[in-house]
Design a protein around this ligand. Structure first.
Ligand code: SF4
Length: 135
């Protein structure tokens, strides 16, 4: 028996998941209780068999020219990182690999909220976008 909290809506139902014997496809059949709607059952199935997460992180910024006229470099006053997130959830086992690519990225300012910073990461269909405008 496994306990999960459904994160599909703010109600946050407490789910109990019991694994039965494997079916024809080799995956264990699941008995799910505690969900107030069908989406909770779908969430529990996915969480047990193929968990995914929306990934949020920050990217570095590529600084270059001094800020014209002021004599100071942008890095002395601009935010040092750009917040980013995946548009769709990423398979949990690939999250660490995706984070390495995000942390290795250096963005050139300005960046606008919604700008694509990594399109179709590794052909998975996962896009990474900027969450807010910087620069
Ligand atoms: S089971 Fe349905 S009602 Fe309960 S938290 Fe999940 S989505 Fe919301």
């Amino acid at each position: 028996m496994r306990s999960l909290t459904c994160i599909v809506c703010p109600i946050g139902c407490s789910l109990s998941v019991a694994e039965g014997s494997p079916g024809d496809d080799g995956a264990a059949t699941l008995s799910i209780t505690g969900n107030h709607c069908h989406r909770g059952a779908v969430y529990a199935q996915e969480e047990i068999h193929a968990p995914k997460r929306v990934v949020t992180a920050t990217c570095g910024i590529r600084f270059q020219e001094p800020d014209e006229g002021s004599g100071r470099n942008r890095s002395s006053w601009a935010p040092q990182r750009v917040p980013v997130k995946t548009v769709i959830p990423c398979p949990k086992e690939k999250v660490a690999e995706l984070l390495v690519d995000i942390y290795n990225l250096r963005l050139t300012l300005p960046v606008r909220g919604g700008d694509m910073v990594i399109p179709n990461w590794q052909g998975t269909g996962i896009d990474v976008i900027a969450v807010r405008s910087v620069g």
